[in-house]
Design a protein around this ligand. Structure first.
Ligand code: IVH
Length: 680
C-alpha cells in the first residue's frame, strides 16, 4: 500500500504489524545469525515504517525500531558502554538519492548546488560485522561489537585471534586513545573452504560469509574463533585523544601506516567532487565487485573533511555527513520447473530446484539448492511455483521464497528410495538429512572417487570429475585401487583422449601413488567426520594404514580433539569387509605411506594432559610442540582428565572451568621453569 493515501487508523494497524515483523527479523539477523529475508526486504519494511511515522508523527513511539540502532546484545559476553555511540548510516537504493544527499549536504552548509568545493570520500560498504578496536597508548585493550549502538559486547579474546589486527600499534608515538571502527569479515575464498570443512565435519554450512563472520565473533570459545579466517578493515574513528585527523582520507592513510588494515590495496577508495562522479564510482564498483576478494553490499559516501563533518553533525541515528548507497540485491523471479535429488559423497540426498534459466547479477542460473527437506517445508516451495532466487554469497544460487502459485499444485514429499540405486533412504537420529546408506550406490561411489582424487586428497590433477564419471560408467574404475591398475592399453582407444592425455594421466597417477602422505591418504578415504585435520592426528598416532585399521575405539578416542563420533565412524568403516579389503588392496599395490617413529626429547611429561588457553608469550603452536616432544598430550577442551591448564593473557572460559575442577593453572613461564628448564 502507498503510504501517502493511508488513513490514520490503517497506519496504526500497519505500524504495529511492521514493528513486530522488524523485531522478529532483528532477532534472526543479530542473535541467531540466520536471517529469513534479504537486506533489501528488511530495508523496505524499515523505510515503510519510517514513512508512516513521518506521516503521522503522533503514532511514533519510543519503542519503535526506527528510534534505535537495531543490534541486540547477546548474553554471555561482558557488556561495555561505547564512549561514543556507534550509529548507522542512512541507506539509499538509487542514484537519485545520491544526488539528493549531495543537495542536502550543500544546503546545510549554505553552499550553492553547483559548488564543487566539497570532497566526498567514497568507500565500499563491507558486508560483515561492525567492530570497534580500542588502543590505549598504542596497546589493544578492548574490542567491542556494536551491540545496541550504546552498549556493545567485549570480544577482545576473540579479536586477539585475528592475525591482521595488531596488538600494539606500529608507531613510536601512539595517540593516548585511538578507537578504530571497522568491519570484521571472511574472504570469499576462505568462506568456500570453511563450508567445505563444515561439510566434512558433518555440520551445516553457513549461508553466506557475513553469517559465518557474525557467528564466529559471537563464539564464547575463542579457540573456535581462532580456527576461522577472520579479516578486519578499518573505516572510521571513534573517540580519539592525542591525534589530529583532518580528513577521512588522511585517517585511512594513518591506519595503514600504523598497521591497521584498510582495503587500500584493492584501489577501492576514490575522492569525488560531484554527485555525477559519485554515481560513476557507484556503478563502476557494482560492476566490478565480483572481482573483490570480499563481499560488499554498497558504497559509503563521506564528506572528507573533518571540520565539515563536525559542522554537519548528526540527525537522530544517522550522521548528516555520510550515506550508504546500497546495491540492488542480485535476485530474480523465475519458474521452478521441478525438484531433483542429488546424492552426495556421504549419501546425503539434497533437493535441487530445476529452474527456468534466469539471469541473476550477470550470471545465468538454471538450478538452485534447496538445502534439505525441512527447508522445503519451511519455505513451502512446489514445482510450478514462481520463486524468488538469489546468489547467496555471490556463489551458490538459492531459492528465497515462493512468489506466485498456480491453483493446482502439490507439495512434494521427501523420497523414500534413493534416486540412484533405489535402496531405502534413512534418517539417522536427530539429523535433518536423509541418506542413502548403500555403500555400492553408484552416485555415492562416484562422489567418493571424485573426493579421493581431489586436490586436498590424492591430488591427481589429470583425473577430474568428468573423467571419473566417464571411467566409472565404462567400468574402468569402480573403486580406489582400480585407479592405480589403469594401463595405457585400457585408455588407448577412448574417444577424445589422445596419446598425450593418456601419458599425462598415467604419470600423474604414478606421482600421486609415490608422493601421497599418510594424513592425506586417510582423509582421501572419505570416512565420515574424518577431515584434513583429523587425518593428520590419526597419521601422527598410527603411523601406517595397518595400525589405523586395527585401532580400537579407546585408542582413537584418547587422541586430542577426537571425540566418540569420529571414533565410532572409523570403527564402523573398518568393520565393513569390503572397505577393509579395499584398503588391503591399496597397501598391496604399494599405496602404503608410513611415518617414521618420532623420537621424543624426553618422556618427562608422559601421560600428562594439557590444555592451552589465552595468548601465550611463545605462541600456542610452539608450546604445543614443546609439550608433545616431552611426551605430553595437548587437548582443546578442559575436562576432569586434564592435568594442567597453561593460561596466557585473556584466558577465558577454559581457565574458569579449570578452576571449578581444581585443575592447576600455570603461566607458560612458571610451568617451563618448574618442569622443563632443567632438561635442556
Ligand atoms: S562508516 C557513523 N564505512 O555500515 C557511521 N560503515 O550503516 C560510521 N559499514 O554497521 C560508519 N562499510 O558496519 C562506514 N566503509 C564503511 C562501511 C561501513 C560497512 C557498515 C558499518 C555499519 C553500517 C552503517
Amino acid at each position: 500500500m502507498k503510504t501517502s493515501n493511508i488513513t490514520k487508523s490503517q497506519a496504526k494497524t500497519r505500524i504495529s504489524a511492521l514493528k513486530k515483523q522488524i523485531l522478529h527479523h532483528d532477532k534472526l539477523y543479530y542473535q541467531d545469525a540466520d536471517p529469513e529475508i534479504t537486506d533489501y526486504e528488511y530495508d523496505t519494511l524499515f523505510k515503510e515504517l519510517q514513512n508512516l511515522e513521518a506521516l503521522y508523527p503522533e503514532l511514533l513511539n519510543e519503542d519503535s525500531p526506527t528510534q534505535r540502532v537495531s543490534e541486540m546484545v547477546k548474553d554471555g559476553f561482558i557488556k561495555k558502554e561505547h564512549r561514543q555511540a556507534m550509529l548507522s548510516l542512512q541507506n539509499t537504493y538509487n542514484t537519485e538519492e545520491i544526488t539528493e544527499f549531495d543537495k542536502r549536504t550543500k544546503k546545510f552548509l549554505g553552499l550553492e548546488e553547483d559548488d564543487s568545493s566539497i570532497t566526498y570520500f567514497c568507500e565500499p560498504k563491507f558486508d560483515g560485522l561492525a567492530l570497534e578496536l580500542i588502543y590505549e597508548d598504542g596497546v589493544l585493550t578492548s574490542a567491542l561489537t556494536r551491540g545496541d549502538g550504546k552498549i556493545g559486547e567485549e570480544v577482545l579474546t576473540n579479536v586477539k585471534t585475528i592475525k591482521s589486527i595488531p596488538l600494539k600499534l606500529n608507531t613510536k608515538k601512539p595517540p593516548k586513545l585511538l578507537e578504530v571502527r571497522g568491519e570484521v569479515l571472511i574472504l570469499k575464498k576462505d568462506f568456500k573452504k570453511l563450508n567445505e570443512k563444515q561439510d566434512e565435519a558433518g555440520e551445516n554450512p553457513f549461508a553466506n560469509p557475513r553469517n559465518a563472520a557474525a557467528g564466529t565473533m559471537r563464539q564464547l570459545d575463542s579457540s573456535i574463533t581462532a580456527k576461522r579466517p577472520l579479516k578486519f578493515y578499518g573505516y572510521a574513528p571513534g573517540v580519539v585523544e592525542g591525534l589530529d585527523i583532518k580528513a577521512q582520507s588522511d585517517f585511512l592513510d594513518y591506519l595503514q601506516s600504523i598497521g591497521i588494515p584498510t582495503a587500500k590495496q584493492y584501489k577501492v577508495y576514490v575522492k569525488c567532487q560531484s554527485p555525477e562522479e559519485i554515481i560513476k564510482y557507484y556503478k563502476n564498483i557494482e560492476k566490478t565487485k565480483k572481482n573483490l576478494p570480499f563481499e560488499i553490499d554498497g558504497v559509503v559516501i563521506k564528506v572528507d573533511e573533518t571540520n565539515l563533518q563536525t559542522e554537519l553533525g548528526f540527525i537522530a541515528r544517522n550522521p548528516r555527513w555520510a550515506a550508504a548507497a546500497k546495491f540492488k540485491p542480485e535476485q530474480a523471479e523465475t519458474l521452478l520447473k521441478d525438484i531433483h535429488y542429488q546424492v552426495g559423497r556421504t549419501g546425503v540426498v539434497t533437493p535441487v530446484a530445476i529452474l527456468e534459466p534466469v539471469k541473476v547479477g550477470g550470471v545465468t542460473i538454471s538450478n538452485a539448492t534447496l538445502h534439505n527437506f525441512s527447508e522445503i517445508e519451511k519455505k513451502d516451495v512446489r514445482p510450478g511455483d514462481t520463486v524468488l532466487v538469489h546468489r547467496a554469497g555471490e556463489v551458490i544460487p538459492e531459492v528465497i521464497k515462493m512468489v506466485k502459485r498456480p491453483k493446482t499444485s502439490k507439495a512434494i514429499t521427501p523420497p523414500i528410495n534413493c534416486p540412484e540405486c533405489s535402496s531405502k533412504l534413512v534418517r539417522e537420529g536427530e539429523e535433518i538429512a536423509i541418506r542413502c546408506i548403500n555403500p555400492f550406490c553408484s552416485a555415492v561411489v562416484k562422489e567418493r572417487l571424485k573426493h579421493f582424487v581431489s586436490r586436498k586428497a590424492l591430488n591427481i590433477d589429470k583425473l577430474g570429475d568428468k573423467q571419473i564419471e566417464r571411467f566409472f560408467d565404462l567400468k574402468l574404475i569402480q573403486n580406489y585401487s582400480d585407479i592405480f591398475k589403469l594401463k595405457k592399453e585400457d585408455l588407448n582407444d577412448l574417444e577424445r583422449f589422445g596419446e598425450k592425455s593418456v601419458d599425462n594421466l598415467i604419470t600423474s597417477i604414478k606421482k600421486a601413488k609415490e608422493g601421497v602422505s599418510l594424513d592425506k591418504l586417510i582423509f582421501a578415504l572419505g570416512i565420515r567426520f574424518v577431515g584434513e585435520r583429523t587425518g593428520e592426528t590419526l597419521a601422527e598416532k598410527f603411523r601406517n594404514l595397518k595400525n589405523l585399521m586395527n585401532a580400537t575405539s579407546e585408542e582413537i578416542e584418547k587422541l586430542d580433539d577426537i571425540g566418540p563420533k569420529v571414533a565410532t565412524s572409523l570403527i564402523e568403516a573398518f568393520s565393513n569387509k569390503e572397505f577393509k579389503k579395499e584398503i588391503k588392496e591399496l597397501i598391496k599395490i604399494g599405496l602404503n605411506p608410513k611415518l617414521e617413529e618420532k623420537k621424543n626429547t624426553s618422556n618427562k611429561l608422559e601421560g600428562l594432559k594439557f590444555v592451552l588457553t589465552g595468548t601465550l608469550t611463545i605462541g600456542r603452536d610452539e608450546a604445543t610442540q614443546i609439550l608433545k616432544s616431552h611426551g605430553a598430550k595437548v587437548s582443546g577442551s578442559v575436562s576432569k582428565n586434564t592435568d594442567y591448564v597453561i593460561a596466557g593473557e585473556n584466558a577465558g572460559s577454559k581457565a574458569a572451568k579449570a578452576e571449578s575442577l581444581n585443575i592447576p593453572i600455570k603461566s607458560w613461564e612458571d610451568f617451563y621453569l618448574e618442569f622443563l628448564s632443567s632438561l635442556n
